[in-house]
Design a protein around this ligand. Structure first.
Ligand SMILES: NC(=O)c1ccc[n+]([C@@H]2O[C@H](COP(=O)([O-])OP(=O)(O)OC[C@H]3O[C@@H](n4cnc5c(N)ncnc54)[C@H](O)[C@@H]3O)[C@@H](O)[C@H]2O)c1
Length: 339
């Protein structure tokens, strides 16, 4: 196979970013088709990436486009049927997280992946490809902190974006489904054990609109894993300083912290405010390199026939854990996590 020919579905916030990477930054891939229900996104694909093979219907793209793979970056509720349809049409699939919005949907995606062992399926848990997280994983595997027994993860969106979060609060599935999935995946990946029990609670102090919509502005969840390790996940929407994603892994012989200060870069500004480090503004900036590296890895897997480390089962499990966390938060109780 020469260049891997990619058809992308969904050119919203994240789809545009993936499309840019595929079109301009991955030498062994080319963006040859695009599909969106929004005509302006197809115009964008033509204008910015020169893609003229465009579709408003996903099945039509599968049927007519000359593509090897499909990148699914549509609204989360569309992922699982598109994964199934694309694999059944003989296409390799990259799908952004979450795998699906219900566990049943995730199971249909699992079945499709199992039906097609000859095809590559890649789930976009891009934090695993971020150089700092990948380095932390390597240090843990080398024994640098002994046996890891606790992960403390924080994922807090900037206050600057809170208006959008308020708007979608009523339909987001709640703060844990909406926000915690990456932290849940990291916890499982770094501790190498699945949580079996969770307690969760929420709080709202600044924007009562979240409560009115049945959601919370901040969520905290504590997990007990099968091997006895602990996880603590803090999600929120009101970081004053920017986009705060921080993870601490504590082991018997030491600990690791990834971005305790979510620095924009290494430039320190000395002025009347003191010595100031600016912070990243959102996921696209913080994880720009991770989005590129995960897509490169997917394309390489397609060409070499190797299986990615992240699997469809990681997608189902994170969704199951997200729902159990939501149940614990809503009922104010401890919930068992069933797989
Ligand atoms: N990995 C991450 O950090 C990360 C960050 C943001 C978003 N996401 C995920 O990426 C996905 C897209 O998020 P977004 O923020 O770009 O959303 P978005 O709403 O900006 O874009 C999604 C686009 O999908 C298109 N679409 C919807 N249904 C379709 C269909 N049936 N066929 C073709 N196109 C369709 C819509 O036109 C829409 O513009 C979501 O699942 C989201 O959870 C992941």
């Amino acid at each position: 196979m020469n260049k891997v020919r990619v058809g992308i579905a969904g050119l919203g916030r994240l789809g545009k970013l993936h499309a840019e990477n595929i079109a301009f930054k991955i030498p062994n891939a080319e963006l040859t088709a695009a599909c969106s229900i929004a005509p302006e996104e197809l115009e964008y694909a033509t204008e910015h990436f020169g893609v003229t093979d465009v579709y408003t219907d996903f099945y039509e793209m599968l049927d007519k486009a000359d593509i090897d793979v499909v990148a699914v970056v549509t609204t989360s509720g569309e992922h699982c049927w598109q994964i199934k349809a694309a694999l059944d049409a003989g296409k390799h699939v990259f799908c952004d997280k979450p795998l699906g919005v219900t566990v049943n949907e995730c199971k249909t995606a699992e079945a499709a992946v199992e039906r097609h062992p000859e095809l590559t399926f890649f789930l976009g848990f891009m934090r695993r490809y971020d150089p700092s997280y990948a380095y932390a994983k390597k240090k843990i595997q080398e024994g640098a902190i002994g046996k890891p027994y606790m992960v403390k993860a924080a994922g807090i969106d900037p206050e600057a974006l809170v208006e959008g979060a308020v708007k979608f609060a009523a339909t987001s599935g709640g703060i844990f489904i909406d926000m915690a999935i990456h932290d849940i995946d990291l916890m499982r990946w770094l501790l190498e054990s699945d949580p079996v029990e969770v307690y969760a609670a929420g709080a709202t102090f600044k924007h009562p609109e979240f409560r009115e919509a049945g959601d919370d502005e901040t969520g905290a969840a504590m997990y007990k894993c099968e091997n006895g390790a602990l996880g603590f996940v803090h999600v929120g929407r009101t970081a004053a300083h920017g986009y705060h994603v921080e993870t601490e892994i504590i082991g018997t012989e030491g600990s690791l912290r990834i971005s305790p200060v979510p620095e924009k870069n290494l430039c320190m500004i000395y002025d009347e405010n003191g010595a100031v480090t600016e912070c990243v503004s959102g996921f696209a900036e913080r994880f720009a390199e991770a989005y590129l590296l995960e897509m490169k890895e997917f394309i390489n897997c397609v060409q070499s026939g190797t299986k990615p480390d992240v699997t469809v089962y990681d997608g189902t499990k994170s969704t199951q854990i997200g729902f159990a966390t939501t149940e614990a938060w809503k009922k104010g109780c401890t919930a068992k996590i069933q797989y």
